[in-house]
Design a protein around this ligand. Structure first.
Ligand code: IPE
Ligand code: IPE
Ligand code: MG
Length: 260
């Protein structure tokens, strides 16, 4: 296969990335990150947990910059899970305020850098002010052609599959129809992006925590003990290097991959 990646498109949308094979050594086109370890980073410094979240936002800025520099097309960040509401009320409201603040502060810079910002997740629990700020930012950047930066906030992978299924059934009454993957995919929150090539989780835990479940089916997983606030350029490069050494087979044999 010529070129780094050959992808199939159907109905103007991405079909499953598992149908094509990126060559070994290629850069990931889509990186998805669970940014974990903010609380522990703060605790190690005898600081309140929220200090870790604050520092975490700065790391987001650096990672976005790295992706732009390396011409990575999609970056998806897990900022707040549908389960994070279970945290102490003060931490939740701090996180919401921080989100609002970061949005206000960064929008112009993101736009100037041709970045397209998209938020995925259930917005219904956000304040009207936050919903408005998100919508304004998305509208402003909708036609940008650089990095697509997706923020998953009040997001859960199971919620996503269910909401997609409910939409599908509403638009297309079942009548005993057996739906295919391709029927559901346009309704998933991240229908606009290819499936992630590389998943990174910082902070040492080795779990998915209800992140984008459907799309991670064949993503390369990378776990690091580095806490998110310490995740620097060197850590980022290490994750990329690890990805570049992997042979993605999607069920095929190594010999078959060599023939492509
Ligand atoms: C991740 O860091 C940030 C969010 C979930 C918002 P944590 O806050 O989970 O940090 P740890 O895991 O407690 O160290
Ligand atoms: C996952 O981190 C969610 C985000 C990073 C936003 P958590 O720290 O909440 O994950 P669990 O609960 O330990 O699995
Ligand atoms: Mg955590």
């Amino acid at each position: 296969m010529v070129g780094s990646i050959k992808r199939l498109f159907s109905k103007g949308l991405f079909s499953s990335s598992t149908k094509t094979v990126p060559v070994v050594g290629a850069l990931p086109q889509h990186i998805a990150i669970i940014m974990d370890g903010n609380g522990r980073w703060a605790r190690n410094r005898f600081l309140p947990r929220v200090a870790g979240h604050q520092r975490g936002v700065e790391v987001v800025r650096d990672v976005v910059k790295k992706c732009v520099q390396q011409d990575i097309q999609y970056l998806t960040l897990f900022a707040f899970s549908s389960e994070n509401w279970r945290r102490p009320a003060e931490e939740v409201s701090f996180l919401m305020r921080l989100f609002m603040q970061a949005l206000k502060r960064e929008v112009v810079k993101l736009h100037e850098n041709n970045i397209r910002l998209v938020l995925i997740g259930d917005r219904s629990r956000f304040t009207p002010e936050l919903i408005h700020a998100i919508e304004a930012a998305e509208t402003l950047m909708a036609d940008n052609t650089g990095l697509t930066l997706t923020i998953a906030a009040n997001y859960g992978g199971r919620w996503d599959v269910l909401q997609a299924m409910n939409q599908l059934i509403k638009t297309e009454p079942t009548n005993n129809k057996v739906f295919e993957e391709e029927d559901l995919m346009p309704f998933l929150s991240m229908h606009y992006a290819p499936e992630p090539d590389l998943f990174i989780r910082t902070g040492g835990e080795k779990r998915i925590s209800n992140f984008i479940l459907w799309q991670l089916a064949y993503t390369e997983l990378y776990f690091t003990d580095t806490l998110w606030p310490d995740f620097d350029d060197v850590s980022f490069d290490e994750a990329i290097r690890s990805y570049q050494q992997r042979e993605r087979r999607f069920g095929r044999t190594s010999a078959q991959i060599a023939e492509i």
